[in-house]
Write a protein that binds this ligand. Sequence first.
Ligand code: TYD
Length: 138
Amino acid sequence: MKSSIYDCVILPLNKVHNRAGNITIVEGNKNVPFDIKRVYYLYDIPGGEDRGGHAHKELHQLIVAASGSFDVLLDDGINKKVVTLNRPNYGLLVVPGIWRELMEFSSGAICLVLASEVYLETDYLREYESFITLKNRT
Ligand code: TYD
């Protein structure tokens, strides 16, 4: 839980290009610094809706705008920053112990998430106050 927003960096991903389009390949422990145990994606997000609004205790994630664009607000309890994702060959690494909110989704945006662990509700901190309490304790 000692992490800071400065540990959350943009990782450039490869892009294999030809006249028929592009392909980006992501492999666990190679292009991302963790084993990929789960993939999920957010889509059909109604205009003006926000997602996220939680932190994780152990989970590492790579967040990619597979289509369209959106903003990710990162907050470590001291500092905050907003990262705009709008290219499928760049991913935002989000380390454990970071409060995140996803907002400003463009129409048709697809938010692809590669995750280091299977889904575990007990890994979530869904109350901002408990997140801050845990951050201050560690
Ligand atoms: P949540 O992570 O809270 O969504 P977001 O942060 O995008 O707003 O997940 C929404 C719901 O989906 C919640 O009830 C838990 C469920 N869910 C799973 O069952 N498995 C998963 O891998 C994920 C990511 C969510």
